[in-house]
Design a protein around this ligand. Structure first.
Ligand code: PLP
Length: 422
């Protein structure tokens, strides 16, 4: 009897997704969440029920201006009509098959991505961490197959972030941070060097190193863009030493830096690029791309995934990429991002404003980032933090306008003044 009741509540909730249809109050739902769910982040004090464009709507219909963008995901805006339409259509055709079958969305998306970003082959995955795992595995096997078992190491940057699986955690250059504490021993084979310091990468690139992996803009680390000259020098270093250059574009890819991929903004092409977040329009999908020669390192059976390249996620990604291209959203990111940083520089207590396109970090002269994030959320404006207590990060949908920026900056100014005058 008890089981039947539970099932009925769940059934109604799945159909409607609204608080009123669950038969529970907001407080009861929050208590239920706290009872059953592992909390990865302290949550904002509202239940997100709907979203459209630049806004998320709570259980009372209040609109929150979203400069968090699903953590750099909803690039074409929340509930983008084309993305929703392709998803709905694909859900009715087929939700999942397996990677033993070709599916139309997967084939068409593979072609669209490879031709758009100038790569030859793609391996689909489910997330950013998984895309990076695939890149790490590909680089290792490439090293071992071509140079012998001793050449498997990868150099990454200090202050980087590559994911939370054990492999990508080891790749993440944040020794002793909360991200890494308690998970030792780490996967062997990673060395760290300093972003924008080519000498430190040269020193780390010993004969047992097969690849260098960097984010063109360190996002989680506090929004630190790589210098153009540094990435150019990394390219030369990799070519000279037969190493692969891997760009983790999980956060920067698909328009955020003002071009389709950040490597286009920098004019430096990696051997392997990883992507996730903005490519799927909110559906969980990631991928790794490279040349055919390098991808051929993975023969049949060497790497695989059950869900990676799922047809519904591929349909969503296809729609999302069409939107980004047709609406010229990368160009918008460039113009609006510049404007946002100009305005952000005028905020009180600002030490530095960093970023490219619509990834912006504001470094304050006080550790106010966390309080600013939660107080701004109370004022219906969402932004996020990075690993540093002095830095807030803004990664809004790429449809953001200058008016959205004005609104965001006004709320931040008011909130900073309130916090710092206490
Ligand atoms: C640069 C970068 N790499 C990898 C990841 C991990 O992606 P996911 O959370 O989809 O596993 C992130 C997530 O923030 C990221 O910013």
């Amino acid at each position: 009897m008890h089981c039947v009741e539970v099932r009925l509540v769940r059934f109604r909730m799945v159909i409607n997704m609204n608080i009123k249809d669950t038969g529970m109050t907001k407080a009861e739902l929050e208590a239920t969440a706290k009872k059953y769910m592992n909390e990865q982040f302290p949550r904002f004090d509202f239940i997100a029920e709907k979203a459209k464009g630049m806004y998320i709507y709570d259980e009372e219909g209040n609109a929150y201006l979203d400069f968090l963008g699903g953590i750099a995901v909803n690039a074409a805006g929340h509930c983008n009509e084309r993305v929703s339409a392709y998803v709905k259509q694909q859900v009715d055709e087929m939700v999942h098959s397996s990677n033993y079958c070709y599916t139309i969305p997967q084939i068409m998306l593979a072609k669209l991505i490879c031709e758009t970003i100038g790569m030859e082959k793609i391996q689909f995955q489910n997330s950013g961490a998984e895309a990076n795992e695939a890149a790490i595995k590909l680089a290792r096997k490439y090293g071992v197959d071509n140079f012998g078992p001793e050449r498997y190491k990868i150099v990454t940057a200090l202050n980087s972030f590559h994911g939370r699986t054990l492999g990508t955690l080891a790749a993440t250059g944040q020794p002793d941070s909360a991200i890494q504490k308690g998970y030792a021993p780490f996967v062997d084979g990673f060395k760290y060097a300093t972003l924008n310091d080519i000498e430190s990468f040269k020193e780390a690139a010993t004969d047992d190193v097969i690849a260098i992996m960097v984010e063109p803009v360190q996002g989680e680390g506090g929004v630190f863009p790589a210098d153009k000259k540094f990435l150019e020098d990394l390219r030369v270093l990799c070519d000279e030493k037969g190493m692969l250059l891997i760009f983790d574009e999980v956060q920067t890819g698909w328009g955020r830096t003002g071009d389709i991929m950040a490597y286009m903004t920098y004019g430096v092409k990696p051997d392997i690029v990883t992507m996730a977040k903005a490519m799927g329009g909110g559906m969980p999908i990631g991928a790794m791309c490279s040349s055919e020669r390098i991808m051929n390192t993975f023969g049949p059976g060497a790497h695989g995934t059950t869900f990676g390249g799922n047809p519904v996620c591929c349909a969503a990604a296809y729609a999302q990429i069409e939107e980004l291209l047709e609406k010229k959203l990368p160009e918008n990111a460039k113009v609006v991002g510049e404007y946002l940083r100009e305005k952000a520089a005028e905020l009180p207590h600002v030490k530095e404003v960093r970023g490219i396109g619509l990834i912006t970090g504001i470094e304050f002269d006080m550790p106010i980032a966390n309080e600013l994030k939660y107080t701004c959320a109370e004022k219906k404006y969402l932004l996020m933090t990075a690993v540093r207590p002095t830095v807030v990060r803004m990664v809004p949908p790429l449809i953001a306008s200058k008016e959205d920026c004005d609104k965001a900056i006004a709320i931040m100014k008011e909130t900073i003044n309130e916090i710092t005058s206490k």
